[in-house]
Design a protein around this ligand. Structure first.
Ligand SMILES: Cc1ncc(COP(=O)(O)O)c(C=O)c1O
Length: 315
């Protein structure tokens, strides 16, 4: 198991904002700002840091010794929760979607290094069984085990992400007219929209097939008693579905890295930035618009992706 001192880092906050200069933006007369949440922490990075912040504080205050959560075999959320658990003195348990692979990928190896106990479950059970089932099945006590939903998307996560717009406004001295974020569960976008309170537009880029996000985000905001209009989710940049990709996406990610010296992951931020540039090129924004794009991390997944698909992403 990795040692505490190996992991402990003060978070870099506020995370830096860099301007991305590019002929496409210049031609359209828009300015693109990248919020580098990927730099907050080497292992609890991006939106994960913001989503876990109040959850961990709550679990500590209430004296929960154990965190239980859910994710796929390459999950950024599992990786961040495992690292945060190690750093903050929680025992962590991960319910992993799918059979245990013969050879563990880099993400799964990292989870074990952090001391997370893993339970591999069938895709059917993962989809159908509620958290209470897993508590009972694993003989865990609900009074000592704090359950985080898949992706960490609950009201405390929304509260953490809602801090982002004010942080950006404080750094830039103005509020960009548009905020972009990648959408998995939609929790991050819900938080950004809640923080914006309609003052700017929150635009999500869905990395999954389907048009369920509007409903899911509205439901989460209602549940959390947050009001947030002026938002939309773009549903045509998923490249075939979750973790699907094509040569255009890979080329875009590698060229972006070569040009701007910033890494993007193929599951979330690669699709996000691809969508932003495509929208700018298509004239979706009037001249003078400031666009803030959230780099939500996820870079830990590149090693597993490259191992599986043959070093497609330049590192
Ligand atoms: C790197 C990264 N970016 C964006 C997202 C999307 O966040 P959300 O699930 O809150 O929509 C996730 C997780 O799902 C992620 O791991």
């Amino acid at each position: 198991m990795a040692s505490f001192s190996l992991f402990y880092r003060m978070p870099v906050l506020p995370s830096p904002i860099v301007e991305i200069t590019d002929p496409i933006c210049e031609k359209a007369g828009v300015r693109l700002w990248l919020k580098r949440d990927d730099l907050i922490h080497p292992h609890i990075s991006g939106n994960k840091w913001r989503k876990l912040k109040y959850n961990l504080r709550f679990a500590k205050e209430k004296g929960y010794p154990t965190l239980l959560t859910f994710g796929g075999a390459y999950s950024n959320h599992l990786a961040a929760t495992a690292a945060a658990g190690l750093e903050n003195g929680f025992k962590t348990i991960g319910i992993v979607r799918g059979e245990r692979p013969l050879a563990l990928n880099p993400t799964l190896r990292f989870l074990l290094e952090c001391g997370m106990t893993l339970h591999f479950v069938s895709r059917k059970d993962y989809r159908e069984k509620p958290p209470e089932f897993w508590l009972e099945h694993l003989c865990l006590d609900a009074t000592t085990t704090f359950v985080l939903p898949e992706g960490g998307s609950n009201c405390l996560a929304v509260k953490g992400c809602a801090e982002l717009p004010a942080e950006v406004e404080g750094q830039l001295g103005f509020l960009p007219e548009v905020f972009f974020a990648a959408c998995g569960t939609g929790g991050t976008l819900a938080g950004i929209a809640a923080g914006l309170k309609g003052r700017s537009r929150a635009v999500g880029v869905s990395v999954l097939k389907g048009d369920f996000h509007e409903g899911a985000i509205a439901e989460l905001l209602r549940h959390c008693d947050e009001k947030a209009g002026n938002r939309e989710v773009l549903t045509n940049y998923h490249f075939g579905g979750y973790a699907k990709f094509d040569d255009r996406l890979i080329r875009f990610i590698n060229e972006f890295r070569a040009r701007h010296r910033i890494a993007l992951d193929p599951i979330y931020t690669g699709k996000l930035l691809f969508a932003v540039f495509d929208q700018v090129q298509k004239g979706a924004f009037t001249e003078g618009t400031n666009i803030l794009v959230l780099h939500s991390g996820g870079l830990q997944g590149i090693a597993g992706f490259n191992e599986r698909f043959g070093n497609k992403i330049t590192v």
